[in-house]
Design a protein around this ligand. Structure first.
Ligand SMILES: *Cc1c(COP(=O)(O)O)cnc(C)c1O
Length: 397
C-alpha cells in the first residue's frame, strides 16, 4: 500500500499535539485490567483508586451483575434500533418506572449517556429566541448543549445568587415581541469542586422571574438526601424543578443518562430529543443493572453504603484540611494552580501506589489545576489514612 501523505493532515495534528504537550495539557488513556473498585490494575501495577465516580462501590456489585447477566440471557446483547423504531425493550421501561418512582416525578426518560441527555433535552426545549443561564462551573455537556441549541447564553458567577438575579433581570429587558423562554441550569453537587448549589434560593429566583430550571444531579444521585434521591429532594424543592437530570454511570454503577420530570416533558423529549430519536437504544443489560442499583439504594444495604461513604468523608476531613471547605458529596478537590504542579503531585502519589488524577484545562479553568480525589463506600478507613498520609507529606513540601 502507498503510505505517502496526500496532504499535511497528520503533520498538522502532530503539531497540535505538541502544543498540548508544551502546555502540560496532553492526555493519554491508561488501560485498566480490572473491574472498577478501590484497587485497580493499571499497566500491570495495583493502585489504590481515588479516581472513580463509583461512589457506592456498585460498579462491580453482585446484585447489579446478576441483573445485567439475566437481561443478557433474556433480551440478548444489542437493542437493534432506536427506541422509537423497535428497540424499546422492557428493561428500559422498568428502569424508567423505577426512576420516576425513586425521584417522585410523573415520568422519566433514559438516554445512552448523561451527555446525550443534556444535548437532547436542551436542543429540544430551546431555540434561537430563548435564553439559557448557566452557572460558571457547569459541566461541559451542558455548555455544548446550550451552544448547539442556538439559545442566547449567559453565565452567572459560581453559586452567586446576586449575579443570577442580575442575569434574570436582564432577560426581562430582552423578552420583546417573541415568546422568549429562559432556562437556568446548575449542577447540584459540582463535579470538579465538590460543593453544593444553594438550590432553595435558586428555585425562589427562577419562580420570581418565571424562568424554568434544570438541575444536573450527576454527583448527588445515590449520594445525597434520603435514600440517595439527590439534593433537590433533600432541599424539598424537587416538585418545583422543571427538569431533573443525572447519570446512571456514577454512584449508580451502571451506564446511561436520565431526565426526570412531568409526563409532558418525557413525551415531548421522545418526540423532539434528537440524541434519543436518532440513536440506537443502549444495551438492555445496562438498564437492568441501573434498575437493580436504584432498588439497592432504597434497601438497608444502600443505607449502610451511604453511611460508610459519609464516615470516610468525615475521616478525611478530620485528618486533612487543606484550605478545603467541607465537601457536599464524595469529591475532594485539592487545588494546586499550575498544570505541572498537579501533574507532578499525581505522579508522586502514583509512585506510592495511590491513584488520584490531576484535573486540568479544559475540565477546569487554566491555572486552576488540581488533584481530584473521590471517596467510595468501598474504601476502608485504612485506605483513607493512606491517602491523607500521602497528601500531608505531599503538601508539606
Ligand atoms: C459525568 C457527568 C455528566 C455526563 O454523564 P455521562 O453519563 O457520563 O455522560 C453530566 N453532568 C455532570 C455534572 C457530570 O459529571
Amino acid at each position: 500500500m502507498d503510505h505517502r501523505p496526500v496532504n499535511d493532515f497528520v503533520p498538522e495534528l502532530e503539531q497540535r499535539l505538541n502544543t498540548l504537550r508544551e502546555q502540560n495539557l496532553f492526555r493519554e488513556l491508561g488501560r485498566v485490567d480490572s473491574p472498577q473498585s478501590t484497587q485497580i490494575q493499571v499497566a500491570g501495577k495495583a493502585l489504590l483508586n481515588f479516581s472513580s465516580n463509583d461512589y457506592l462501590g456498585l460498579a462491580d456489585h453482585p446484585a447489579l451483575k446478576t441483573a445485567a447477566v439475566r437481561a443478557v440471557e433474556k433480551f440478548g446483547v444489542g437493542s437493534g434500533a432506536s427506541r422509537l423504531v423497535c428497540g424499546s425493550l422492557a428493561p428500559f421501561h422498568e428502569l424508567e418506572e423505577t426512576l420516576a418512582c425513586f425521584k417522585k416525578t410523573q415520568a422519566a426518560l433514559t438516554f445512552s449517556t448523561g451527555y446525550a441527555a443534556a444535548i437532547g433535552t436542551l436542543c429540544a426545549l430551546l431555540g434561537r429566541d430563548d435564553i439559557v443561564i448557566l452557572d460558571k462551573l457547569i459541566h461541559a455537556c451542558i455548555i455544548d448543549a446550550a451552544k448547539l441549541s442556538g439559545a442566547k447564553i449567559r453565565v452567572f458567577a459560581h453559586n452567586d445568587l446576586a449575579d443570577l438575579e442580575d442575569k434574570l433581570s436582564w432577560t426581562k429587558s430582552q423578552s420583546g415581541r417573541q415568546k422568549s423562554r429562559t432556562l437556568v441550569v446548575t449542577e447540584t453537587i459540582f463535579s470538579m469542586d465538590g460543593d453544593a448549589a444553594p438550590l432553595r434560593e435558586i428555585v425562589g429566583l427562577k419562580n420570581k422571574f418565571g424562568a424554568w430550571l434544570m438541575v444536573d444531579e450527576a454527583h448527588a444521585t445515590g449520594v445525597a438526601g434520603k435514600d440517595g434521591r439527590g439534593l433537590a429532594d433533600e432541599a424539598g424543592v424537587a416538585a418545583q424543578i422543571e427538569i431533573q437530570m443525572g447519570t446512571l454511570g456514577k454512584a449508580l454503577g451502571a451506564s446511561g443518562g436520565y431526565i426526570c420530570g412531568s409526563r409532558a416533558l418525557a413525551d415531548f423529549l421522545v418526540n423532539r430529543a434528537r440524541s434519543f430519536i436518532f440513536s440506537t437504544a443502549p444495551v438492555p443489560a445496562s438498564a437492568a443493572a441501573a434498575t437493580a442499583a436504584i432498588q439497592l439504594l432504597q434497601s438497608p444495604e444502600g443505607e449502610q453504603r451511604r453511611n460508610a461513604l459519609h464516615q470516610r468523608l468525615e475521616q478525611f476531613n478530620s485528618d486533612f484540611l487543606f484550605a478545603n471547605q467541607k465537601p457536599a458529596g464524595a469529591i475532594i478537590p485539592i487545588i494546586l494552580g499550575q498544570e505541572d504542579r498537579a501533574m507532578d503531585a499525581s505522579r508522586k502519589l502514583r509512585e506510592q501506589g495511590i491513584f488520584v488524577p490531576a484535573i486540568r484545562y479544559p475540565s477546569v479553568a487554566r491555572g486552576k489545576a488540581r488533584l481530584r480525589a473521590t471517596l467510595s463506600a468501598a474504601h476502608s478507613p485504612g485506605d483513607v489514612s493512606v491517602l491523607t498520609g500521602a497528601l500531608k507529606e505531599l503538601t508539606r513540601r
